[in-house]
Design a protein around this ligand. Structure first.
Ligand code: SF4
Ligand code: SF4
Length: 197
């Protein structure tokens, strides 16, 4: 059998697409199903066994793990990178309420322009060129909404403030698809298209 084929005969380069999904985290007008308080806590260190104990025997576990209270604090420190700000241009009335409340100056409503020049006109200049900007289609006043994802805390204040629900906080899910057709999720139509063809 050729080495560019899996045992089941599929081409190793034709990887099936992953399953991706976005789901709103809204539970009410001001309530989310995830903890959205930004925290300034530095990472909590996992406690180690004392050096003289750990070095005395190879059987001693060096990392002792968190106790329940520290584990809770560490998990609460999460910045919710899996929860995305999703903007709906059609329901935005350009009240600038989200711009005012954003603690990171991540959102700007500005006239359209070339990316390099646009980056200098935002509420906070977007200097990290490796981070793409999120730019909406043109709004009714001719401006565009620009969001600099590089500084967003995913706190959801913009979505809480918005009077029309134009911002939503949506949890992103990515499931990679197994190479073998028998292991795949049968409900994933994209990944299974080849198999069913
Ligand atoms: S989620 Fe928070 S930090 Fe991000 S744009 Fe909205 S208000 Fe700003
Ligand atoms: S708060 Fe909502 S309606 Fe107002 S500018 Fe922001 S997205 Fe648009």
């Amino acid at each position: 059998m050729s080495i560019d084929r899996f045992l089941n005969g599929e081409d190793v380069k034709a990887r099936p697409a992953p399953i991706t999904n976005l789901m709103s985290q809204k539970m009410g007008i001001h309530e989310w199903s995830y903890r959205n308080d930004p925290t300034g806590d530095a990472r909590f260190k996992v406690p180690w066994a004392a050096a003289e104990v750990a070095l005395a025997s190879i059987k001693i576990e060096v990392e002792l793990g968190f106790d329940a209270a520290t584990a809770f604090k560490e998990s609460s420190r999460c910045l919710n990178c899996d929860v995305q700000t999703v903007f709906n241009r059609d329901t935005c009335i350009e009240c600038d309420g989200c711009v005012d409340i954003c603690p990171m100056d991540s959102i700007s409503f500005v006239a359209r322009g070339d990316e390099a020049e646009l980056r200098t006109r935002l509420k906070a200049p977007a200097e990290n060129l490796e981070q793409a900007l999120y730019v909406s289609d043109e709004l009714k006043t001719g401006r565009v909404m620009v969001k600099d994802e590089d500084v967003c805390l995913h706190c959801g204040l913009c979505a809480e403030r918005c009077p029309t629900g134009a911002w939503d906080m949506q949890k992103f899910l990515l499931n990679t698809t197994q190479a073998g057709p028998r292991c795949r999720d049968k409900t994933n139509k994209t990944a299974n298209a080849k198999e069913m063809a």
